[in-house]
Design a protein around this ligand. Structure first.
Ligand code: ADP
Length: 480
């Protein structure tokens, strides 16, 4: 117990009420990399009370003052980039070179919202009644409960807490069970940045118990969540009891469309980014590839050639491009999707198996895999695979592929490769997705809105759009 890392509540590092702890496992080696306090609703209630007590003065602080703390944090996160990246790599297997990029992305959020905090403008609106004046002002929503997933364990935290704090909200964060160590290190930097006590709190532990406290506690005014659609729906249902606001960034099933007029080399590069980054464990990952029938053979050959050069391995090696899956369950799901496709007539043209020899023997590794002859009855066609598997389908007509691409309950990201300008516009307008990459396999930036249509979510992260998610609008009517 003494070696276990603690939670950060009201400016202090404390153990879970229950006294329980949890081990964190490195998916590249199967070995423990540390242990943490494992809390429940009691710890969450304490953290919410602290955030509530801190809210008034934080909300009343000038934007410039809030900015100062966010800027401190930006500097600290940048300075500790390699250390944070090392923790991410150890607790969830992300290749170091990607993890370093993730940490810089997180730092960028703190810097960007430090600036944007100063631009929460109100408005005056012309009145139709001569002796009245309309003033519109913006105010922080209150205490925010944030829940983050394991796939971007530092940046997902930054994307929620940076705009929330900039807006004047106080926060209680629950990171994913698998990745608490990077969150703890980030909170040590938050403490060092000098934020007043209670403004940012960290609880770690039982998701159901903590989640229920988040939804049921009246002091929480907003839930910000990234994770599965299943849990997002649960939280939305729970939030209804006290009409809390929600921002939900949920699952996806991204189509990636390659037209016959595409630059096929650029399309392969874009697909590699969108499919194999983070070992395919991203909600904006390509999950269905539609290639025009006249170029499918050439495209598939180029893709397979690229994959033969991809280095799979322990993320600590700087030449690793594809790391292990996050845990055994994650690996089993990917292998199940491959087996299901195989049984239903899919043709595995590359990979298709777990890697078990030598350096792979203890980790959760899957070969990068390409499957052709994919049909809609396969799991891989409708479920999120979250792994390094590319299912390839073909199409003939633009209208046909638009219909196929939109035929899903999800609507997060979609990708299109074509060199025809008119088609670029037509496709960007026709796709029912919150994010469309046109000749771009990696469409995310701090200042751009990130979020989905349909069951992929509600609200947006990123840019000024995220700040609005943490602000209430007040209308003041002046009688003269
Ligand atoms: P994934 O499949 O990516 O792990 P989850 O939705 O299960 O997605 O997890 C995302 C986050 O949601 C994690 O922090 C997890 O602990 C949390 N979570 C899981 N179940 C619940 C729940 N019932 N209530 C609140 N949070 C939950």
């Amino acid at each position: 117990m003494t070696d276990s890392k603690k939670m950060y509540i009201n400016g202090e590092w404390i153990e879970a009420e229950s006294g329980e702890t949890q081990e964190v496992i490195n998916p590249a080696t199967g070995e423990s990399v540390g242990s943490v306090s494992f809390g429940d609703s009691r710890d969450a209630a304490k953290a919410i009370a602290a955030a509530d007590a801190a809210f008034k003065s934080w909300a009343q602080a000038t934007a410039r003052e809030r900015s100062k703390y966010l800027n401190n944090l930006y500097e600290l996160v940048r300075t500790h980039r390699d250390e944070l990246a090392g923790i991410i790599c150890a607790e969830m297997g992300k290749p170091l070179r990607e993890a370093k990029g993730e940490v810089l992305g997180a730092a960028d959020n703190f810097m960007w919202y430090a600036e944007e905090a100063k631009r929460v403008y109100g408005e005056t609106v012309p009145s139709t009644i001569p002796n009245k004046r309309i003033m519109v002002t913006k105010h922080p929503v209150g205490v925010v409960a944030a829940i983050t997933p394991w796939n971007f364990p530092v940046n997902m935290v930054a994307r929620k807490i940076a705009p929330a704090l900039a807006a004047g909200c106080t926060v209680v964060l629950k990171p994913a069970e698998g990745t608490p160590l990077s969150a703890i290190r980030l909170f040590e930097l938050i403490e060092q940045a000098g934020f007043p006590k209670g403004v940012v709190n960290l609880v770690i532990g039982n998701p159901e118990s903590i989640g229920k406290e988040f939804t049921d506690n009246k002091k929480v005014r907003k839930i910000a969540f990234t994770g599965s659609t299943r849990v997002g729906k649960l939280l939305m249902e729970g939030a209804a009891k006290t009409v809390k606001r929600v921002s939900l960034e949920l699952g996806g099933h991204a189509p990636f469309i390659v037209f016959d007029d595409a630059d096929l080399d650029a399309a392969v590069t874009g697909l590699f980014e969108s499919k194999f980054f983070n070992s395919g464990q991203m909600c904006i990952c390509t999950n269905r590839l539609y290639v025009h029938e006249s170029v499918v053979e050439e495209f598939t050959n180029k893709l397979v050639e690229r994959l033969t050069k991809a280095k799979v391995g322990d993320g600590r090696n700087m030449d690793t491009e594809i790391g292990p899956l996050v845990n055994e369950n994650g690996l089993n799901k990917v292998l199940d999707h491959i087996d299901d496709a195989r049984e239903r007539g899919g043709n595995i043209v590359y990979g298709g198996n777990r890697l078990t020899d030598g350096e792979y023997s203890k980790g959760f590794y899957c070969e990068p895999t390409v499957i052709t002859d994919v049909t809609p009855d396969m799991k891989i066609y409708t479920e999120e695979t979250f792994g390094p598997v590319v299912p390839i389908l073909t199409f003939k007509e633009e209208a046909e592929v638009v219909e196929l691409a939109n035929d899903t309950d999800y609507g997060l990201a979609a990708y299109v490769y074509t060199q025809n300008n008119s088609r670029c516009f037509r496709m960007s307008e026709a796709l029912e997705y919150g994010i469309v990459g046109i000749n771009d396999g990696s469409p995310t930036q701090t200042q751009a809105p990130f979020g989905g249509f349909k069951e992929s979510g509600i609200g947006r992260e990123g840019g000024r759009y995220a700040l609005e998610e943490f602000l209430e609008i007040k209308f003041v009517s002046f009688g003269l």
